[in-house]
Design a protein around this ligand. Structure first.
Ligand SMILES: *Cc1c(COP(=O)(O)O)cnc(C)c1O
Length: 441
């Protein structure tokens, strides 16, 4: 198996990724720019699918959770690697379809799918819809009836496992807006309801216990709870699951508080999960369910870095030193949202010793517009190229045009080649959808 990443420091003392000097990338493509390491992406997709193949007789599929980073190229890569994807909106679905992704391998999520999104899903013949409300079950059944078709569905259940992660990104607590709880009878009621719908074919269960999880036992516990529940439902309602979707949430390295996992270490999480599933399936004499997992962050997070150019440097004597870059919360809102931590490097002076602690500020008109707080750096000067690592997940996908800044372009690097996968925006893009009523002219 390959190394976890192609990131290294080259003979010029510059940071390198995908065989490309990041200083050259910055020169050629400008900054800010998202850079994605194709080898890393593919390695992670394969690492998970290999475990399903070796430990579960290939009876399952990795679904790349495309909300982490969605664009046509990433669906094309997932397709070439023979994995599936999950989508959570009409926009993600449309993008996957435009990229030619086989729709039978698309799973559609969402706690409040719009009528238009469900219609699009049916028009595109999406393989599986993960139902998360009575409202949705009613609409979907009616749409299917009108079209005289039967739709495969999973139901999102909530096993009530609290993953050890940031409170804002936990989704499987009983007070979550997602899923139906297995502990208070609401999941059972929903299953009964779905089984009564003539045009919906319930295939099994989906759960997703949170994000940025390193605790293997939380996945094991979730699997046990879901299969305890599946056994109970089999005895009570005579319904046996055919598919088990355990969601995503596997953690990645952002800074040295996090473990640095190799692809095979990531794969270990899945091995542990599979072993727990096998034990329970045997104990309850269930038919082995088709297994799905939905890693997003762990596939794309460490594959991406963001390059910036340092602009203003402001030293508030004895209090704080700000190094401002040409990006900010419009292209990486994760510090502003969750106080997420990142590792920051001066890409053009990557071998130099860090001599001071600084905060990296963006260019938005918000005091909270920060990329990193109190991180070590060599003495940065305007014109330096800064790299922020592990920005592949939930950066571009959460970006906005706040302050009418451009959402940066993204390039894919591999073996010394670099190509746009998202083109740069222009001022014309910024005003494209503005409309001026006659009375204002
Ligand atoms: C967000 C999400 C994922 C992916 O989570 P990661 O932490 O990026 O692996 C998978 N499934 C569902 C339903 C999600 O909401």
């Amino acid at each position: 198996m390959n190394e976890r990443t192609t990131l290294k420091i080259n003979e010029n003392g510059h940071l390198e990724i995908g065989g490309m000097d990041t200083v050259d990338i910055a020169k050629k493509f400008g900054t800010p720019v998202y850079v994605f390491d194709e080898a890393h992406l593919r390695n992670m997709m394969r690492a998970y699918q290999d475990v399903i193949d070796s430990d579960y007789d290939g009876f399952g599929l990795v679904l790349y959770a495309s909300k982490a980073f969605s664009c046509k190229a990433v669906y094309s890569i997932a397709n070439q690697e023979n994995i599936g994807v999950d989508v959570v909106s009409g926009g993600e679905l449309y993008t996957a379809v435009k990229a030619g992704f086989p729709t039978d391998k698309i799973y559609m999520h969402g706690n409040n799918k719009l009528l238009s999104e469900l219609e699009l899903a049916l028009n595109c013949k999406v393989g599986t819809i993960v139902v998360d409300s009575y409202h949705e079950a009613d609409i979907l059944d009616k749409l299917c009836k009108e079209r005289n078709l039967k739709q495969n569905v999973l139901v999102r259940i909530n096993p009530g496992v609290e993953a050890h992660t940031h409170a804002f990104i936990q989704t499987a607590r009983t007070d979550s807006k997602f899923g139906f709880s297995v502990s208070d009878g609401s999941a059972e009621d929903m299953i009964r309801y779905l089984l009564s719908k003539k045009n919906l074919v319930l295939e099994g269960y989906h759960c997703h216990i949170g994000s940025q999880i390193f605790e293997k036992q939380s996945f094991v516990l979730a699997a046990k709870k879901v299969l305890d529940f599946a056994f109970k439902i089999k005895n009570k309602l005579g319904f046996e699951l055919k598919k088990l979707n355990m969601g995503g949430g596997f953690g990645i390295w952002y800074n040295d508080e996090d473990p640095k996992l190799k692809p095979e270490d990531h794969a270990d999480y899945l091995k542990t999960l599979i072993s727990a599933i096998k034990t329970k399936v045997k104990e309850y004499k269930l038919n082995k369910p088709y297994l799905l997992i939905e890693p997003g962050r762990s596939i794309v997070g460490e594959a991406g870095i963001t390059l910036y150019t340092v602009g203003a440097v402001k030293d508030i004597a004895g209090i704080k030193k700000y190094v401002a870059v040409d990006g900010g919360m419009f292209e990486n809102p994760r510090y502003a949202l969750y106080q997420s931590k990142y590792t920051v490097i001066l890409a053009n002076r990557a071998t130099e010793e860090c001599t001071e602690m600084v905060s990296v500020a963006g260019k938005c008109c918000e005091s909270g517009d920060l990329i990193a707080v109190d991180v070590p750096l060599p003495k940065a000067e305007s014109g330096d190229i800064m790299a922020v690592l592990s920005t592949g997940a939930y950066n571009y996908s959460m970006a906005s045009n706040y302050n009418r800044n451009f959402i940066p372009p993204a390039i894919l690097v591999e073996n010394g080649k670099a190509d746009y996968i998202i083109k740069p925006q222009t001022f014309e893009d910024i005003v494209r959808n503005d409309a001026t009523p006659d009375r204002l002219k």
